[in-house]
Design a protein around this ligand. Structure first.
Ligand SMILES: O=C(O)CCC(=O)C(=O)O
Ligand SMILES: [Fe+2]
Length: 248
């Protein structure tokens, strides 16, 4: 069987809201997008050529703004749950980055033999995912089994990423997840990953560090993550969060 059959065809749009300027933007695409970086550049070229595509792009932009608002709300509630204020990271997150990954998984005749996306964690504080059908699986907290996330139409799935594990000093754990395939129909997902700006380091909140809870993670930025990506293969099991852990 062709090894790539049914595998994720990923199209990435990056939105950078603070300098240095962006690779490609979704949140205000008609004003300031430049789709010069994509795993499949033909996609955007094709899409922005006609009016219908522009309308779709506008829908995507408005979805991106809505999702960002959800992420802001969720992160406010999470920092509160950690005993920090609701606005603890509001400004940095507001001015930060939102990466939208649109994933397309064509049907596969032997879905048990191939994965759409291999197990990984996301670098983000939170990832918010919309899926067209089920396929996302998360590793249980005891690391013993994969759990399928139900496909409730239109429901947003919120998932903890590496930066939240760092900020919370390990109270929140970055979720290991993967995408599985099915033999019947193409599945789409839109993942929205939220973080600080390119060079803003995420540090463990000092309020969460004491003698019983020593600082467990090195600080890092989105650029540090990109550097890590350039020399490590996440598909082969390299883990950014493992790399940030301070070994005692
Ligand atoms: O398609 C999915 O269900 C997962 C997507 C994902 O994990 C990602 O884009 O990082
Ligand atoms: Fe992911």
């Amino acid at each position: 069987m062709d090894d790539n059959y049914g595998k994720n065809q990923r199209i990435i749009g990056l939105s950078v809201q603070s300098p240095p300027s962006s690779i490609s933007a979704f949140t205000k695409p008609l004003k300031r997008s430049h789709f010069n970086h994509s795993h499949q550049p033909w996609y955007f070229k094709h899409r922005i050529r006609n009016l219908k595509a522009l309308v779709e792009l506008e829908k995507m932009a408005s979805f991106a703004v809505d999702v960002k608002n959800v992420a802001m709300e969720v992160m406010g509630a999470i920092t509160e749950s950690l005993g920090l204020s609701n606005s603890y990271m509001r400004e940095k997150l507001e001015d930060g980055m939102q990466v939208m990954a649109i994933n397309c998984y064509p049907p596969c005749p032997q879905p048990d033999r191939v994965l759409g996306l291999p197990p990984h964690t996301d670098y983000s504080f939170v990832t918010i995912l919309l899926q067209s059908g089920q396929g996302l699986q998360v590793m249980s907290t005891n690391e013993e089994e994969w759990r399928l996330i139900a496909d409730n139409h239109g429901v947003l799935h919120v998932q903890v990423g590496d930066f939240l594990e760092v900020l919370s000093n390990g109270s929140y754990k970055s979720v290991v997840h993967r995408a599985t395939l099915n033999s019947e129909k193409t599945r789409y997902s839109i993942a929205s990953l939220h973080s600080y700006g390119m060079d803003e380091k995420v540090e463990t909140a000092k309020e969460l560090v004491d003698e019983q809870h020593p600082k467990g993670y090195k600080g890092s930025s989105f650029r540090d993550f990109l550097k890590f990506l350039s020399t490590n293969d996440i598909a082969e099991g390299s883990s950014f969060i493992e790399n940030l852990k301070i070994k005692s």
